[in-house]
Ligand binder design. Structure first.
Ligand code: FAD
Length: 469
């Protein structure tokens, strides 16, 4: 049941959309949360297979800041389930090591294993931590590394590879985006949600309902309605064929930024200069994943695999190679029964950054063949770390950039929103059309679980100020 008029309509229930809806609902506004998929969470998703098999799509690791954000903007129960992943491992031709992935441990490794002077390490960490949105955007991450660790491709790999996996950024992106994300992780390491993404989304849904947010799933917003450069309402084409319109003065889109501007609003409603800038926004890359459920009771050796394993066969770090369809680098996430207490299954999810175009426009048989090759290469590689792997796999399947596009409607299946220039466009929608806001993965710093939640908070505050005015 929906009302005819809402203070705010949120389009999309990714972590940014849900967080903003929760804050606004809690503040007493009437909020409608629309989701085109049948379940909430966006990329923070799970999917189920036979015999209780359940896979987490994007629960690999996030910074400690999630605890504070969840406590403040969700509840204590959610915050209390966030626990550290202590064993982060690297295995590549340049080095093998294990770390707790925090500043103290990285300092030790850089000094003892890579022979860097303590002052240089301290100066690098201080510089990374001091970086903000206001820094010089022309300084690239490559420049930053050259300043502190010239010609040290092994150190670049150590410092960059996990961040490239975390948000798809490259050495050519602004150094400030690297500095902010790296410092977030370095604050206290890498964290996960105990109980799995399904429990997180269930707890968040309960909180949304408690705060009076109306939720409609299977309900894609197809048109954001405007009148005289102001938001007027939203047209919804429910998947059961029903069409409905709701009136509102504020729309917060958590959907893809370009899709919001060009598909849902329409470029004719924006100024020419704004549209030109919006057209030039580059989307971040997408990914492929291989999901593996081990047989009941088969235990993966935690001492060998750890929690997160960054593997590569490439001789040196190379952003382009990380995206290449001839895969040389994979991140393995290992999930032990402790991730979902009470179960006796281990899972592995292998992730690799990927180009949408390498998977688009294939014939059905080519697409299937490529997926099967991806699965075969992945198990081949994983067998190095898990003995008797093949005999103990219960279920295995792959997802591609096309999969992410289909389930979230993100253009080109972008896993991490847009490059840095997207942030400015996302922040300025309300200057073009009064009452139009966006929150979701943009600009690298606002992507990932923590970035998305925090962006939801920032934009909920903007909307509160807008409505109070
Ligand atoms: C494979 C993979 C692994 C990842 N691993 C990690 C990780 O380990 N750590 C980390 O921090 N981050 C990770 N991420 C990134 C992280 O999951 C995302 O950055 C974050 O979840 C995005 O949240 P969001 O709020 O931007 O919205 P999204 O999750 O992008 O959700 C947008 C929502 O809007 C809905 N929607 C779109 N159009 C419409 C419409 N017209 N009407 C209604 N609803 C609509 C979509 O269905 C979706 O639910 C990963 C991402 C991927 C793909």
């Amino acid at each position: 049941m929906t009302k005819e008029i809402y203070d705010v309509v949120v389009i999309g229930s990714g972590l940014a959309g849900m967080t903003a809806a929760n804050i606004l609902g809690r503040a007493g506004y009437s909020v409608l949360l629309l989701e085109q998929h049948y379940q909430l969470g966006g990329l923070a998703a799970t999917f189920k297979r036979r015999d209780g098999i359940i896979f987490d799509v994007s629960l690999h690791g996030f910074p400690v800041g999630m605890i504070k954000s969840c406590r403040r903007y969700w509840n204590q129960e959610i915050a209390d389930r966030i626990v550290q992943l202590p064993k982060i491992r690297f295995d590549n031709p340049q080095f093998q090591l294990e770390t707790t992935f925090d500043r103290e441990d990285f300092t030790r490794i850089l000094i003892e294993k890579f022979g860097i002077a303590r002052e240089t390490v301290v100066a690098f960490f201080d510089k990374a931590r001091s970086m903000s949105h206001y820094d010089d955007q022309n300084l690239t991450t490559r420049d930053l590394f050259n300043e502190f660790f010239p010609n040290r491709l092994d150190i670049v790999r150590l410092l960059m590879e996990p961040i490239t996996y975390a948000n798809g950024s490259t050495l050519d992106d602004p150094a400030l985006t690297y500095g902010i994300v790296f410092s977030n992780f370095m604050s206290k390491g890498v964290y996960t949600f105990q109980g799995g993404t399904d429990l997180l989304i269930e707890l968040m849904t309960n909180e949304l309902l408690k705060n009076g947010v109306d939720i409609l799933t299977n309900s894609p917003a197809r048109k954001i309605l405007t009148q005289n450069n102001k938001i007027n309402g939203v047209e919804i084409n429910k998947k059961n064929g029903e069409k409905l319109q709701v009136r509102t003065k504020v729309v917060l889109s958590n959907a893809n930024l370009k899709g919001t501007i060009f598909n849902m609003v329409g470029s004719e409603f924006f100024s020419n200069s704004f549209i030109k800038q919006a057209e030039n926004i580059r989307l971040n890359n997408s990914s492929t994943q291989v999901y593996i459920a081990m047989k009941h009771g088969f235990m993966i050796n935690e001492e060998i695999c750890g929690d997160l394993l960054f593997t590569s066969t490439a001789p040196v770090f190379d952003s382009a190679k990380l995206l290449d369809k001839n895969i040389t680098s994979r991140t393995f996430s290992f999930y032990y029964p402790k991730t979902r207490p009470g179960t006796d299954r281990c899972y592995v999810v292998s992730s690799t950054n990927a180009h949408f175009d390498d998977w688009n426009n294939l014939t059905e048989s080519e697409y299937k063949k490529r997926k099967n090759e991806l699965i075969a290469q992945t198990t081949n590689h994983l067998a190095k770390y898990i003995t008797n792997l093949e005999q103990n796999i219960d279920w295995i399947e792959a997802a591609t950039p096309k999969t992410f596009e289909r389930y979230t409607e993100h253009w080109s299946g972008a896993s991490f929103g847009t490059k840095y220039e997207g942030l400015n466009i996302s922040r300025n929608l309300n200057n073009e059309i009064k009452g139009l806001f966006h929150a979701g993965s943009v600009g690298i710093i606002m992507s990932g679980w923590l970035g998305a939640v925090n962006y939801g908070v920032i934009v909920a505050n903007d909307i509160d100020a807008f409505l109070l005015k």
